[in-house]
Design a protein around this ligand. Structure first.
Ligand SMILES: C[S@@+](CC[C@H](N)C(=O)[O-])C[C@H]1O[C@@H](n2cnc3c(N)ncnc32)[C@H](O)[C@@H]1O
Length: 273
C-alpha cells in the first residue's frame, strides 16, 4: 500500500518538481558564464567547427525570445532594461523591434558577457546610440525607483536560488514605473493550462532535463543536447513567486519552448499600489 502511494506521489510530481539549484549564488553562476564568455572570445575568429555557446543556446532560445517580444507592450515603452543580457540574443531582438526614441539598457553581472552581447550587436549592425551596457546585479539595480517602462529578462530567474530570485523580483518591482510592464521568460513547471497531450510530453521532457541536473556541465544529457555546454537553468514556477509581490499583476502568460523543453512567458504589469 505504502509502495503504491509512493509511486502515485512520484507520478504526480514528474516534471513538476523544482530541482535544487546548481549554483548557490549569482557570483558562482556568473563565474561559470565568465568562462563561457572567454571561450566565445577564443572561438570568435575560428570558423565554427563545432557548435559553441551562443550558437547553440541562441538556437534553442530563439523561439521563445522572439515570441515574447510580439505584441503591443513594447511600443509604449520609452525606457527599457534587459536584465541578464547574456550573449545578447534577446537584446538584439529588442533593438530590432524598437524605434529611435526608445532607450535600452543591457545589464549583466558579468562584464565578460556584457562585452559579448555588445560585440554580438556590433556584428549584426545593431549597435546604436540608444543602447547602453551596465554591469550590475539584478538584486540591487543602480537606478532609482520608477525608472523603467519595461523590464525584460530571459533565462535569468530560473538560474537563481530562491532568496536571490525573490530579491530580483522585488528589485524589478521597484525600478518599474506604475503601469510599466515586465516580460519574463523562464523554464517552467507551470503547465496546467495546456492540452493534456502536450502537458504529458512536457512533463516527461522536464524530468528528462532534470536527470543528473546536479552534475552540471558533466551531465551526459546536457552534454549531448547542448554540445558540451551547461545551461544550468531549471524549470521553476515563476508565477507563484510573482503572486507574492505586492504591486505586480500578471496580465497574460503562455507556454513556449526551448528546444524540446517547456518555457513560460509572463507579461506582468506594475499596479499603482
Ligand atoms: C542564460 S544567460 C541569459 C541569456 C540572455 N537573456 C539571452 O537572450 O541570450 C543568464 C545571464 O544572467 C547573468 N546573471 C547571472 N546572475 C546575475 C545577476 N545576479 N544579475 C545580473 N545578471 C546575472 C549571467 O552572467 C548570464 O549572462
Amino acid at each position: 500500500m505504502k509502495l503504491w502511494s509512493n509511486i502515485w506521489v512520484w507520478l504526480h510530481r514528474i516534471g513538476l518538481r523544482e530541482v535544487p539549484v546548481w549554483f548557490e549564488t549569482s557570483e558562482s553562476i556568473t563565474s561559470e558564464f565568465q568562462t563561457i564568455g572567454k571561450k566565445l572570445k577564443i572561438f570568435r575568429f575560428i570558423p565554427n567547427p563545432f557548435p559553441f555557446y551562443d550558437w547553440i543556446m541562441g538556437f534553442y532560445e530563439r523561439v521563445s525570445n522572439r515570441e515574447a517580444l510580439r505584441g503591443p507592450i513594447l511600443e509604449r515603452a520609452r525606457k527599457i532594461v534587459d536584465v541578464g543580457a547574456g550573449t545578447g540574443y534577446l537584446l538584439s531582438r529588442l533593438v530590432k523591434a524598437t524605434r529611435e526614441n526608445q532607450e535600452i539598457v543591457a545589464v549583466d553581472l558579468s562584464q565578460q558577457m556584457l562585452d559579448n552581447s555588445e560585440s554580438y550587436l556590433s556584428k549584426h549592425y545593431l549597435l546604436t546610440q540608444r543602447t547602453s551596457f551596465r554591469q550590475a546585479d539584478c538584486r540591487t539595480l543602480p537606478w532609482e525607483e520608477n525608472t523603467f517602462d519595461l523590464y525584460v529578462s530571459s533565462y535569468l530567474f530560473d538560474l537563481l536560488p530562491e532568496t536571490e530570485l525573490r530579491q530580483a523580483l522585488k528589485e524589478m518591482e521597484r525600478v518599474l514605473v506604475p503601469d510599466g510592464y515586465a516580460i519574463l521568460i523562464t523554464m517552467t513547471t507551470e503547465l496546467d493550462d495546456i492540452p493534456w497531450i502536450s502537458r504529458t510530453f512536457y512533463r516527461l521532457m522536464n524530468e528528462f532535463y532534470c536527470l543528473g541536473y546536479d552534475k552540471g556541465r558533466w551531465n551526459l544529457i546536457w552534454r549531448s543536447l547542448f554540445a558540451g555546454y551547461a545551461p544550468h537553468c531549471r524549470p521553476i514556477a515563476l508565477g507563484s513567486y510573482l503572486r507574492d509581490l505586492d504591486n505586480m499583476v500578471m496580465t497574460y502568460t503562455k507556454v513556449s519552448r526551448v528546444s524540446l523543453f517547456p518555457v513560460r512567458i509572463y507579461y506582468v504589469r506594475k499596479s499603482h499600489g
